[in-house]
Ligand binder design. Structure first.
Ligand SMILES: NC(=O)C1=CN([C@@H]2O[C@H](COP(=O)(O)OP(=O)(O)OC[C@H]3O[C@@H](n4cnc5c(N)ncnc54)[C@H](OP(=O)(O)O)[C@@H]3O)[C@@H](O)[C@H]2O)C=CC1
Ligand SMILES: O=C(O)C(=O)Cc1ccc(O)cc1
Length: 439
């Protein structure tokens, strides 16, 4: 593991962390274990609690506020809510130590970089980062985006040397490239799962309790939906609402969902088939020259292994509107999802994995299309899914954090009694996929 002692300049080098929530704490623990000296703060009210929590970490010193952290640190990482970045940098940015390096760990870089440009002194270098995984995922091998926005090579090298102890895979992008790719790997992926949760909630069902939703692709849908609703709302709201690129993609996903659902409702089988196959060719390549790798993205057997319910004797076929709409959306926007693997989260890999599974399993795609036209078992859920996808898209386009929070919170409350246990199953599923893809 890379450690601080390898570098002569590291002796007096202090890494500052502003925001000691889930991600800030994860960085503090991992960086300090590698020997880096950390000065960190959260809101002043949390000072005593944090001092107690980090009492055993000799390399971590908790300070009362961001002014003190900014004055003392050589490299400062803002790890606060994306929606708060402007306000927090306005507050502490002017206190930044002369010649320091500043970066942020927020999920959307447009507002972060704007805040840095607006409020940081001109002698300060800007190098931002983004770990593309949650705080409880092992960072080894996961993408870590590094953005050399305004910095000397020396400053950039220092940031890389500090963050190398995470053992993540470094990905070098501009802020704009980062936002364009993560609009797909994160914002629109989340929109799909958020819509599933809303649809099941609207029909008052815990999907794993009925025979319609157990096994295979359904396991991934359920586990990831629960995983998202078990998290803090602001992470998902921020990366969708504040990312200008995300609006287009979430809007197209809602449009694709609605148009495919109309074709199903109206029984327009030929048009549905034509549209879905055209999307398949564009996104996954034509027969004989596929864009997917020879081996499927998902390790064999992973789909059935992590179930919350009891697998029924016979699998009830589903039309998988959400997956058809995802591929239609990628096709309409000219996105090749494999190109986005450089910024993939575990969740995105699973989502692309099940989509790929559907489109590359002989007979499965045709079964979906037939079910979409002939079978009414999923109509109610599909209707609610369509409404939900459009609702999220509207909310994002209106940039309404408050509506977003309320939409999320009410469904979070519905599923809350089931988070315990479900989150562990989801975590185990992600671990299996990560381990499988390392093989
Ligand atoms: N969670 C995840 O999976 C990931 C999150 N991210 C990004 O990382 C950032 C942090 O996320 P996460 O750690 O999950 O969120 P948290 O809500 O857990 O942490 C943010 C922390 O910043 C604090 N904060 C707000 N204002 C100030 C201030 N003025 N001074 C000091 N601290 C302040 C918050 O306090 P309070 O709660 O009181 O507002 C909170 O404790 C977000 O931008 C998120 O998008 C990136 C990768 C993964
Ligand atoms: O895997 C995901 O998409 C997550 O849900 C975790 C997550 C959330 C926010 C980020 O900026 C990065 C990762």
């Amino acid at each position: 593991m890379a450690s601080a002692s390898e570098f002569a300049w590291s002796k007096d080098f202090v890494v500052g962390l502003i925001g000691m929530g889930d991600m800030g704490k994860m960085y503090a623990r991992r960086l300090s274990s590698a020997g880096w000296r950390i000065m960190a703060c959260d809101r002043e009210e949390k000072y005593d609690e944090l001092v107690e929590e980090f009492a055993d970490h000799t390399n971590v010193q908790i300070l009362r506020n961001g002014h003190l952290v900014s004055r003392a640190s050589n490299y400062i990482i803002y790890s606060v809510e994306a929606a708060a970045i402007d306000r927090v940098v306005a507050q502490y940015g002017p206190s930044t130590r002369l010649g320091a390096i500043v970066g942020g760990q927020t999920s959307c870089k447009d507002p972060e970089i704007k805040a840095f440009e607006k409020f940081l002194p001109s002698d300060v270098d800007i190098v931002s980062c983004h770990s593309l995984h949650g705080p409880n995922v092992d960072p080894r091998g996961q993408p870590l985006v590094l953005i050399k926005h305004r910095a000397s090579d020396e400053s950039f090298d220092k940031v890389e040397s500090v963050l190398r102890c995470l053992n993540s895979t470094h990905v070098y992008l501009s802020a704009k490239e980062h936002d364009r790719i993560t609009a797909d790997t994160q914002a629109v992926t989340h929109a799909a799962f958020l819509s599933m949760g809303k649809a099941w909630h609207a029909n008052k069902q815990f999907p794993w309790e009925g025979s319609r939703y157990v096994g295979g692709i359904e396991n991934v849908k359920i586990n990831l939906m629960l995983r998202i609703y078990a998290q803090k709302w602001h992470v998902y709201a921020g990366l969708a609402i504040l990312n200008p690129e995300a609006h287009k993609q979430i809007g197209q996903f809602a449009k694709s969902t609605t148009e495919l659902f109309y074709l199903m409702l109206e029984g327009r089988a030929d048009e549905l088939r034509e549209r879905v196959y055209a999307a398949r060719d564009k996104v996954f390549g034509r027969e004989g020259s596929p864009k997917w790798a020879p081996e499927p993205l998902l390790p064999h057997g992973v789909l059935d292994r992590f179930s919350l319910g009891k697998k029924p004797e016979t699998r009830l076929p589903n039309n998988h509107l959400s997956l058809l709409a995802m591929v239609d959306c990628w096709s309409k926007l000219g996105i090749v999802p494999y190109d986005h693997m450089i910024c993939s989260t575990p969740l995105f890999r699973l989502w692309l994995g099940v989509t790929e599974h559907l489109f590359r399993s002989p007979g499965l795609l045709d079964e979906c299309l037939a079910v979409g036209i002939e079978d009414k078992s999923f109509r109610r859920d599909d209707l609610q899914f369509t409404i939900a996808a459009s609702g999220w898209a509207e909310c994002v386009s209106l940039k309404s954090f408050e509506t977003w929070r309320e939409r999320f919170a009410v469904t979070q409350r519905f599923f809350e009694p089931r988070f315990k246990g479900a989150v562990e199953v989801g975590q185990a599923m992600i671990k299996a996929v990560l381990e499988g893809s390392k093989d």
